[in-house]
Design a binder for this molecule. Structure first.
Ligand code: SF4
Length: 120
């Protein structure tokens, strides 16, 4: 099964994974909608700047097509360097079955994931 990137770009067909909420933590939107042109227009009306500053998107993991890939996803390493590991109940994110970060680290990935902002 193709792995899913939990911090993808707002490309056509990406899935809305969550919204940056209060305290800088993602509020996940399990089974979120695909990014259609209509949804993009709506979301862009809610944010001043790139969508990835306020929303998280799930996309197919690009492996060798991504600068973070060296046989594993190093974006997760970068996330651990930037954000504290805050263990809590596993978020209901909706992509765990295919999530690249979960496949690499399991619950430790989910402890940092909700703090990740794809773009500053
Ligand atoms: S790292 Fe964990 S919380 Fe984040 S998208 Fe993957 S499975 Fe979900």
């Amino acid at each position: 099964m193709k792995a899913t990137c939990p911090s993808g770009q707002a490309a056509p067909g990406a899935t809305l994974l969550g919204i940056m909420g209060p305290g800088g933590r993602v509020v996940f939107t399990p089974h979120g909608p695909s990014l259609t042109e209509d949804l993009r227009t709506h979301l862009e009306s809610q944010v001043d700047g790139p969508l990835e500053t306020r929303y998280r998107f799930a996309t197919p993991c690009a492996t060798t097509g991504c600068a973070f890939w060296d046989g594993a996803c190093r974006a997760l390493d970068a996330a651990h360097e930037e954000y504290p590991t805050a263990m809590a109940a596993l978020p209901e994110c909706g992509i765990r079955d295919t999530c690249r970060w979960w496949s690499q680290e399991g619950p430790t990935a989910c402890a940092v994931c909700p703090q990740v902002r794809t773009r500053a």
